[in-house]
Design a protein around this ligand. Structure first.
Ligand SMILES: Nc1ncnc2c1ncn2[C@@H]1O[C@H](COP(=O)(O)OP(=O)(O)OP(=O)(O)O)[C@@H](O)[C@H]1O
Ligand SMILES: [Mg+2]
Ligand SMILES: [Zn+2]
Length: 276
């Protein structure tokens, strides 16, 4: 058993100062007062049938200025559709939109550390994305904000033009296994996880892990490892447990996330159990 903690020293800690000017790249999308996105309610995003009353569904509004010139402006609903389809393409749903940096509360040293690590990752992404060490992992304690920060990273990088893809591990692995006997379908279902510009693997190895689960994960991670395709990983497994479970998978994750392994331990860090 390797003592992975001695394999890297975490000299990446930066002062809060550096982060003061960093916000969600997409923070301008949120209008907190009425919980809306570009002025359209979140509920509206799900409602495909409803025709926008402002533009009657055409996506733009024509106004006449004082010189009787027509001015065409995009309606808020078409901007909303862009954001919606971008999320949809990334495998995210609208509920995830609340998982941004703004809504992540820093209330102790650990949360500050986690937030700063996530922000630093966003900040450095363009520079490190093609390197071997281009990924980040949030590991350990249930309910400690691992998914929250992973999605905040994804949304911010998407705003910067990165094509991210969200992989909720358990659902996805179940679906992939259903396709296993059909070679064509299997290849197709694996493709986006192997090749997306940025892959967010959420809750890796959640539940009972079988040999075939490990094989599928290995196929995805090894492909990304060989091509230096970055990943954001969240898992209840610590790095040590990942290495114990499967050294081939664990050591690749370790190498790609070197310097960016954020481990959270202790029940007191379960935000779901916190008094608020
Ligand atoms: N520091 C925080 N500030 C605000 N909300 C938080 C914070 N940490 C966690 N939360 C919220 O608590 C809930 C649990 O967080 P999250 O799902 O990210 O945890 P997790 O570590 O991924 O848990 P699990 O291991 O069960 O997947 C979410 O609603 C999240 O938005
Ligand atoms: Mg989670
Ligand atoms: Zn409209």
């Amino acid at each position: 058993m390797k003592n992975w903690k001695t394999l890297y020293s975490d000299d990446n800690e930066q002062s809060d100062k550096e982060y003061e000017n960093l916000h969600d790249a997409n923070s301008n999308l949120y209008d907190n007062k009425n919980n809306s996105l570009y002025g359209a309610s979140y509920d509206g995003l799900y409602n495909e049938e409803k025709v926008c009353p402002k533009c009657r569904g055409v996506g733009f509004i024509v106004k006449r200025d004082e010189k009787y010139q027509d001015i065409i402006t995009p309606c808020s609903c078409s901007l909303k559709d862009n954001v919606k389809s971008k999320w949809k393409r990334a495998g995210l749903n609208v509920d995830n939109s609340k998982l941004n940096f703004k809504n992540y509360k820093v209330f102790n040293q650990l949360t500050r550390y986690c937030r700063n690590k996530a922000l630093a990752y966003v900040k450095s992404f363009k520079e490190i994305r093609n390197r071997r060490q281009n990924s980040i992992a949030f590991l350990g304690q249930v309910g400690s904000g691992k998914t929250h920060l992973s999605i905040a990273i994804a949304m911010n990088l998407m705003e910067l033009g990165v094509r991210a893809y969200y992989m909720p591990y358990r659902d996805v692995i179940t679906k992939i296994k259903q396709n296993m006997l059909d070679d064509e379908a299997y290849k197709k279902s694996m493709g986006k996880y192997k090749t997306s510009e940025l892959l967010i693997i959420d809750d890796l190895f959640k539940g009972k892990v079988t040999e075939s689960d490990i094989n599928i994960v290995f196929e995805i991670i090894n492909h990304r490892y060989l091509n230096n395709y970055p990943m954001v990983i969240s898992s209840e497994y610590t790095m040590e447990k990942l290495l114990d479970l499967d050294e081939a998978v664990g050591s690749r994750i370790f190498e790609m996330c070197r310097g960016n392994v954020v481990e959270i331990e202790g029940k007191e860090n379960n935000y779901r159990l916190k008094e608020r």
